[in-house]
Write a protein that binds this ligand. Structure first.
Ligand SMILES: C[S@@+](CC[C@H](N)C(=O)[O-])C[C@H]1O[C@@H](n2cnc3c(N)ncnc32)[C@H](O)[C@@H]1O
Length: 213
């Protein structure tokens, strides 16, 4: 039976989280980088020398190796996630990486202090999407970029999850154009890691990128 993540039992969620964790450790121990970040996100971010990057919703941070040697700050609202991310950063030889706690909808950064801001599979968890987006808008410089990647956060696809994805697909481009951003949208299907290991589940992703003009 197809199951929406929110409808899953705690045991089912724990099983998924444990599987995600084991997979993340195994994946990164093999020296591989997260293709979602390397091949899609980083090119979309249009990095340049001295670029100031911030990420909202770092999670367990298996992707952090992709941001080595960059002026990167990662934020999350969950201390447990940050602790795992910190351990992963150490494992990747990045003990000084800037990982910080934040309160929902309150990015601890000054106005117009960041060139590139991104989130992966975070925004769907926010209770007030508009508030999150206006905070992102506050901290991003003119000509800066915000890139939002969302994945259908389901164990397997359900009709409701597909509807939620469609709703978000409509809202985000509308918000970006309303607030003076040049938009780029991409949709793709990939494993969470962007690479097929052990026939991992495929997810629908979408990426909405806004350049502040
Ligand atoms: C599904 S996880 C994704 C983690 C990571 N981006 C990844 O792709 O593996 C979502 C993360 O966003 C964090 N989060 C949820 N709401 C947030 C918010 N309003 N601001 C910052 N982080 C948030 C959660 O604590 C969690 O670590």
């Amino acid at each position: 039976m197809l199951l929406d993540y929110e409808d899953a039992s705690d045991e089912e969620k724990d099983r998924v989280h444990q599987r995600f964790h084991d997979f993340g450790v195994r994946f990164t121990n093999s020296g591989r980088r997260f293709e979602l970040h390397e091949k899609l996100l980083k090119p979309e971010l249009e990095l340049f020398d001295g670029v100031r990057i911030a990420e909202l919703g770092v999670g367990e941070g298996y992707h952090l190796g992709s941001y080595r040697d960059l002026d990167y700050r990662g934020f999350d609202t969950n201390y447990d996630m940050l602790l795992t991310a910190y351990k992963n950063a150490q494992r990747f030889g990045m003990p000084l990486l800037n990982l910080e706690h934040m309160l929902t909808g309150n990015i601890p950064l000054q106005d117009k202090s960041i060139d590139r801001l991104f989130s992966v599979c975070m925004l769907h968890e926010a209770e007030d999407t508009e508030r999150e987006l206006s905070e992102m808008h506050r901290v991003v410089v003119q000509n800066g970029k915000i890139v939002v990647v969302e994945r259908m956060c389901v164990i397997e696809e359900s009709a409701r999850a597909i509807q939620r994805l469609k709703d978000e697909n409509q809202f985000l481009p509308e918000w970006f154009s309303r607030n003076g951003y040049e938009i780029n949208e991409r949709r793709f299907r990939a494993t969470y890691w962007g690479e097929s290991l052990d026939n991992d589940l495929m997810f629908n992703f979408y990426l909405v990128s806004g350049k502040r003009i």
